[in-house]
Ligand binder design. Sequence first.
Ligand code: DGJ
Length: 696
Amino acid sequence: MSLPLISAPVQGVWVLRTPRSAYVLSLGGQDVPLAAHWGAPVDDEAAIALAKVPFDAPRGSWESHLDGREEYPSDSGMRFTEPALALRFPDDGRTVRWVFGTAEIDGGHLRLRYTEQTRPLRLTLHYRVGERHDVVERWAELRTDVPVEVVRADSAAWCLPPREGTRLSTLHGRWGADSRLERTALPDGTLRLGSRRTTTSPMHNPWFAVDDGAATETHGEVWSAALAWSGTWRADVQRLPNGRVVANLGAGHESPVARLRAGTTYEAPKSCGLWTDGGFGAASRAWHDYVRGAVLPHGEELRPVLYNSWEATGFRLDEANQMALAERAAALGCELFVMDDGWFGNRVSDNAGLGDWQPNTDRFPDGLGPLVKRVHELGMRFGIWVEPEMVNPDSDLYRAHPDWVYHSPGYPRDELRNQLVLDVGRPEVAAWMHGWLDRLLSEYDIAFVKWDMNRPVTDPGPYGDLLWSSRHALNLYAVLDRLRHDHPHVRFESCASGGGRVDLGILARTDQVWPSDNTDASDRLHIQEGFSQLYPSRAMTAWVTDAPNFLTGNRLPLRFRFHVAMAGVLGIGGDLPRWTLEDQTEAAALIAQYKRIRPIVQQGSLHRLRSPRTSPAPALAYLSADGTEAAVFQFLDGHRYGEPAPPARLPFLPPGTWQDADTGTGYASAFLAAHGLDAGLFRNHDSAVTHLRRVA
Ligand code: DGJ
């Protein structure tokens, strides 16, 4: 008989189980909830023993036995870590002491309910696990019957068991250089990651992983956590004087995150934690399963090969050039044609037009109908770019409603990319936004919306801290949820100048994301490696664009550019009428190959074989969900002296005979594990994608 998702073997001990891990917590003295175990599966007996492990003895009077063990530390009482909860009452008081009430177990959902000792406040700590993934979801909920300023109310404090070393992995970046993996020893003290840019931001992704310093792609324990939130956020990763690591993760960067009136509730977004003992590779595969199975609205769906017009026509688009692009894209085998920025209002540059969501009549004299019809005749679906949260001062919308943007009266309005941000929290703005999008999606047969967002809010106007923390993100979610509900067949792509809004919160409402404006295939190897730590290829749009690359000037072979993009949701973004016949023939063949391996790439499990950070011969592979097919990607990037690339070893293949689906060459799995697959690469920017099938 299998063990329940959550059990309470004795009073005050709870065991949460995922298919491959366990999380144990217990009620300590003074009702404090304590972390007892986050790691390998345990039975009830072991859980009880783990809950009895004594505290680390504090050294002298400057430490607390609770530090590094407490599930939700506040900033009052005998504890010294960064607080997950900090409250201020009108009488300037901050002290809280939580009295345990009940524990409710509802399938995979545990609620620990507390009341405050002297004030009418209630705190609920939520824990949730599922049968099909290894993530523990945690969040906190505060209900008050007195006014209170919530300076901080993190989703969770994640306490890690003590290990000999502590190494931190993070994803950092900037525009055009998003989601780069950094792995570094964690120093004593607090390392703060986060965003005060109103949205997730490309600077740090709300995810981190900690290992003992010895984990590899294939071995070792890894603890990681992410935040399902698209607003400002903060992670405080602390290495305490006692050597323990605790990481608080929550919404809001500055304080306070909320000001609650009596009778109201603050619910923190979900924080998701994952333990694995198969190294960084197993951690990523477990995250991918979770994102596909429990986050994305249609995670099981295969995404089409898309064409996007941005790098080809920029702001110079019109009906004729879009039709010309569509014809070429269809001939190559693209399945979805996405018209990017420049189709509406007076949007002939980034100076004007945002907010005027009517087709530009010079460019589309008969509206979008003829283009949409042509795209459909060509056998493709039609997609469109929008940036609904923004307005250019040079627009009819702004001239009519200058008060609709966030701003502080009497102060200049800060323009970034010549645009201002609309206050989506105002009911009339939300209604207008939903209205024009609803009309657009109803009037035309649109299958896909690329939802862009190209600047942070810099002036909170009257909302101050509340804007920084949650107003914008929550109201954006509401508009997106309503649109999805009203137009269930439409799929959405999240974009914020590339990867500025990539997180588990937006992925619950969108179908894929644009990870970076950087389309240089060599840089993309790094960006995609970072992205893949947490997010699955099924959500990662990757375009093949022109050479030289607009950003880096690199001239990489078409085949290399394709092979890098084929590791995600393949898209084409080049100026196709300028492609030679030879390029077009090669592109059509590569798109056809992609369609054959697409289910393996988008739904299979990822094995990173050699990292672009450490090897000039990066390689990765996907194994199909049923274990009968694999797609192996090999590259040379930064390679010198014409030395042959080492074969890519494939120890994860199920035993049997494997055959190259294109050449028919057969290999024993033992050979592929021991020697590897030799793609014959020796020149810099050589690349290969091999489709393997298990035949016996
Ligand atoms: C930024 C996006 O990341 C690009 O792909 C493109 O859509 C431009 N905005 C359009 O303005």
